[in-house]
Design a protein around this ligand. Structure first.
Ligand SMILES: Cc1cc2nc3c(=O)[nH]c(=O)nc-3n(C[C@H](O)[C@H](O)[C@H](O)COP(=O)(O)O)c2cc1C
Length: 220
């Protein structure tokens, strides 16, 4: 059982990382191995939208994206953390997510669990955390929960968020251990897989790698 936490704040003593580290502590106490990734330590370029990964399964960009992506794929739980930057995730986080379009098509996160944390100076932390969860949800992961802290709510808000994050970590460990099923989410995952089957079939002459992947999985 492995849980990876990915922090996209570039700041030392990051508020968001305080929450993320607390999730990982909860997951570790719940029996999981944990991996902590600071995205600012990795060189990850913008997606060029060349579609090569759809055709070959590999990216043309020679950067450190695979180092992060491989850990995501080998983990049972993925926790994303981002501060609110102009009512959205950081550009670093968005750049990582944009590189994962093939992960969406191939529904590579099916069977995995996700959770998200965010902090904001004023407002919007919940929206950012929900966006992060939804991003991995469309790749197949099931959402365990989220913690958002708007620092404008006062000094105690962050500490309460740290405590809730620890509980979230325990919850993700529990979900992984028990292979918890969420019927409402599973219904949406099934619908998404149907959509991807149609898309990959339509594009089978161009997206040859993905088509073969679906055939190998016996999805087509
Ligand atoms: C470039 C930038 C944009 C920001 N945009 C917002 C914003 O739109 N709304 C908000 O409430 N806080 C905003 N903030 C404040 C951060 O979300 C807040 O300080 C957060 O806790 C920083 O997290 P960190 O310590 O993990 O880096 C912004 C901060 C920066 C540096």
């Amino acid at each position: 059982m492995q849980v990876v936490g990915i922090n996209s704040s570039p700041r030392k003593n990051s508020n968001t990382d305080l929450l993320l580290s607390s999730v990982l502590k909860g997951a570790s106490d719940g029996g999981c191995e944990t991996v902590h990734i600071d995205l600012s330590s990795y060189e990850i370029e913008y997606c060029k939208a060349c579609d090569t990964c759809y055709r070959t399964g590999t990216c043309v960009l020679m950067d450190e994206f695979p180092d992060v992506h491989d850990v995501i794929l080998e983990s049972d739980g993925i926790v994303l953390g981002s501060p609110n930057y102009i009512n959205n995730v950081t550009a670093r986080m968005k750049t990582l997510l944009d590189r994962m379009a093939d992960t969406v098509h191939c529904q590579r996160l099916l069977g995995k669990y996700t959770a998200a944390v965010s902090t904001a100076g004023g407002s919007g932390a919940f929206d950012v955390a929900n966006y992060l969860n939804h991003s991995l949800f469309i790749m197949g992961a099931s959402i365990v929960g989220s913690v958002g802290v708007n620092l404008s709510e006062g000094g105690e808000a962050l500490q309460k968020g740290v405590d809730r994050s620890y509980q979230l970590g325990e919850m993700i460990a529990d979900a992984i251990c028990k292979k918890t099923e969420y019927p409402d989410q599973q219904e949406k995952h099934a619908a998404m897989l149907e959509r991807m089957k149609q898309l990959v079939s339509q594009k089978k002459d161009d997206w040859t790698y993905e088509y073969e992947y679906f055939v190998e999985k016996k999805w087509l």
